[in-house]
Design a protein around this ligand. Structure first.
Ligand SMILES: Nc1ncnc2c1ncn2[C@@H]1O[C@H](COP(=O)(O)OP(=O)(O)OP(=O)(O)O)[C@@H](O)[C@H]1O
Length: 364
């Protein structure tokens, strides 16, 4: 049975370092939730607090409303797959998978049946008698997953479980997580620094930075309304432009960039002084007159500074009059503008967002 998790102003301080800093978060029962962040942001520490491998120095963690303070890892309805896997090298696949159930006193055919069905769940049916040392990296990952799933946990914690696998296996295992989540119905919490994993698997995710959650949302919302410049960069919106002022008119808000009046959507509570314009290159159109929707829309006049052939598309680098740049992809069959020319660039709705500049280096 899936379990919900309540995290209420949880802090974990190591001396002066607040690895987790007053984090509040509710994870729904049966949700696939991802903590996304770069090395050292505190995501593993938060996972350990949920798993009961470590205790908060402040705040409270509850499962289905029940306070978990003082309840050790082995008495929580949680199983964890660590990056290191932690398989027992002297045991067979079946002995590894059945270890936890044996500790609980299960024996004989009941034990073998549970082991075999967990192995089938990860597509390793019949692998029970094998030596774990002779398995491939991906198979070892699956054994570690089966060992966690066999316990039928209400909550499954995945701590960077795909690190160290080659690209093909990563994708295969990533899809596997998605399927397993649906099949088991458990609450999954994934910790990763890989945004593709987070975006493709999560119902919701949080971007974590210096012990705090910068944004908690469904994946698509991070692109429609990133909370600030740090989050925008983290999910891959790299074009962040400084502006010279914001004009609010009755129908819309505009940011002035090097003399161009750019219609912006307000991404959050940022005031004009501490904001930047995040541009989504996928919403810029280099040939706006061919698009009915944009025929009469405001177009920006930008200079083509570089074009690059990329096989299936062209990358066109465009610059505002003050030198700020944006790279737009052009499909292979569209005409490529000449370098040095001024071109009209259409902006689809939501293509430019005014967001807080928090997270940018001071000089930017
Ligand atoms: N046991 C500890 N003692 C002291 N400091 C710690 C301890 N565990 C974590 N930290 C510190 O807390 C911060 C967050 O660490 P954490 O391992 O949670 O980050 P992370 O985002 O999971 O990084 P990584 O992806 O590299 O594991 C870091 O500054 C780390 O040095």
């Amino acid at each position: 049975m899936a379990i919900s998790i309540q995290i209420e102003t949880v802090t974990r301080a190591f001396g002066p370092v607040r690895a987790v800093d007053a984090v509040s978060l509710e994870i729904r029962a049966g949700e696939f939730f991802t903590l996304l962040g770069s090395s050292g942001c505190g995501k593993s520490t938060l996972l350990k607090l949920i798993g009961g491998f470590d205790a908060p120095t402040g705040g409270r963690i509850a499962f289905d409303g029940r306070d978990m303070a003082g309840i050790p890892a082995n008495r929580r309805p949680v199983n964890t797959v660590f990056q290191s896997l932690g398989l027992f090298p002297h045991m067979t696949v079946a002995e590894n998978v059945g270890y936890g159930l044996r500790l609980k006193g299960l024996r004989g055919s009941a034990l073998s049946a549970r082991i075999e069905s967990a192995l089938e769940l990860v597509e390793l049916g019949g692998f029970g008698p094998r030596d774990v040392n002779l398995l491939s990296g991906g198979q070892r990952q699956r054994v570690a997953l089966a060992r966690a799933l066999v316990m039928e946990p209400g909550i499954l914690l995945l701590d960077e479980p795909l690190t160290g696998l080659d690209e093909r296996l990563r994708q295969q295992m990533r899809d596997e997580f998605g399927r397993l989540h649906k099949r088991t119905g458990a609450t999954f919490i994934l910790v990763t620094h890989n945004q593709d994993e987070a975006l493709s698997l999560s119902d919701r995710m949080a971007v974590m930075h210096r012990g705090r959650l910068e944004q908690i949302d469904a994946p698509a919302r991070f692109f429609e309304a990133p909370a600030n410049a740090f989050v925008a960069r983290f999910v891959g919106i790299d074009t962040l432009l400084t502006h010279q002022g914001v004009i609010r008119e009755a129908d819309a808000t505009y940011a002035m960039i090097a003399g161009e009046k750019v219609p912006v959507r307000m991404g959050g509570p940022a005031g004009p002084a501490d904001s930047v314009v995040a541009l989504r290159p996928d919403r810029l159109l280099l040939h706006p007159s061919s698009d009915v929707e944009l025929k009469n829309a405001l177009a920006l006049r930008l200079k083509v500074v570089e074009t690059r052939y990329r096989g299936l598309h062209h990358d066109v680098t465009l610059a505002f009059a003050d030198g700020q740049r944006v790279v737009v992809s052009l499909e292979a069959d569209q005409p490529v503008p000449a370098e040095g020319h001024l071109v009209e660039v259409g902006l689809k709705p939501g293509g430019a967002m005014l967001i807080s500049n928090a997270g940018l280096p001071a000089a930017a």
